[in-house]
Design a protein around this ligand. Structure first.
Ligand SMILES: NC(=O)c1ccc[n+]([C@@H]2O[C@H](COP(=O)([O-])OP(=O)(O)OC[C@H]3O[C@@H](n4cnc5c(N)ncnc54)[C@H](O)[C@@H]3O)[C@@H](O)[C@H]2O)c1
Length: 250
């Protein structure tokens, strides 16, 4: 098992790629904290990990809440003794509105997708320092590297912030043996909050920019997160891993 005896927190683990990652971590021997606002869905992910023989617990978390993050880290260490891995995965879509100049969406996306990642990192680092190291994996996107005509620029800005915050974290806390890397999914199953990017017509257009010619699967992203979270990536930090079927290579 690739995460034997590791303790991991995955934010936004009630759905999509976070849920796939939490399940995979459970199968690889990690004790997993499923942290999300969606309680029923989050508890169902915990139940599925336990049914597969793994260990997990649910914690309600709004990633924009600093005190909530501290509670999650405290409860994780209390339950499982330490914190090895944080996956900053929770996020909302940049196509939740068709108005590309909506200032309300700017605030919401920056708060969840940008500030939420900083707050998770800030809560996890002291616990990882006490632990003698750790691995943080941040979910950015192809949208953190290039602009897109139908995505609100807050999403690009927040995912771009995540991309560079990842490198700041790697540089500032490498001395504590904390690694930090970003994963950049491309065209994946729509998010719960997706608008235009869930539209089959828009998706068909996007698909033309994917050399592999298909949508990615959530488990393909979980595989990349697993590698970076695990000790197999012990000399990999500050890196960005594209899981995009070649989108950014075009
Ligand atoms: N689906 C895509 O096409 C795609 C592509 C690139 C990157 N991403 C990124 O990957 C990550 C996961 O996306 P997904 O496709 O699994 O989406 P999803 O909508 O299926 O899951 C997102 C999860 O985050 C949770 N969440 C949202 N706001 C939260 C908050 N304030 N506090 C706590 N939890 C919150 C949701 O409840 C949900 O469980 C996101 O960061 C997203 O931006 C997605």
């Amino acid at each position: 098992m690739r995460l034997m005896d590791k303790v991991a927190i995955v934010s936004g683990a009630a759905s999509g790629m976070g849920a796939a990652t939490a399940r995979r971590f459970g199968r690889e021997g990690a004790k997993v904290v499923v942290a999300d606002m969606l309680q029923d869905e989050g508890r169902a992910v915990v139940a599925s990990i336990e049914a597969a023989g793994g260990t997990a617990m649910f914690m309600a978390l709004d990633v924009t809440d600093e005190a909530g993050w501290k509670d999650v880290v405290r409860a994780t260490v209390a339950a499982f003794g330490k914190l090895d891995i944080l996956v900053n995965n929770a996020g909302i879509s940049g196509s939740a509105t068709n108005d590309l100049l909506d200032s309300g969406l700017w605030d919401r996306v920056m708060a969840v997708n940008g500030t939420g990642v900083f707050l998770g990192t800030a809560a996890a680092v002291p616990a990882m320092q006490r632990n003698g190291g750790g691995s943080i994996v941040n979910l950015s996107s192809i949208s953190g590297v290039v602009g897109q005509s139908f995505v609100h620029m807050s999403y690009n800005a927040a995912k771009g912030a995540v991309r560079i915050m990842t490198k700041s974290t790697a540089v500032q806390f490498g001395k504590d043996r904390i690694r930090c890397n970003s994963v950049h999914p491309g065209l994946m199953p729509p998010m719960r909050t997706s608008g235009a990017t869930a539209d089959p017509v828009v998706r068909a257009k996007m698909l033309k920019s994917v050399p592999l010619g298909r949508t990615g699967e959530v488990d393909e992203v979980a595989n990349a997160i697993l590698f970076l979270a695990s000790d197999e990536a012990s000399y990999v930090t500050g890196a960005e891993l594209y899981v995009d079927g070649g989108y950014l290579a075009m």
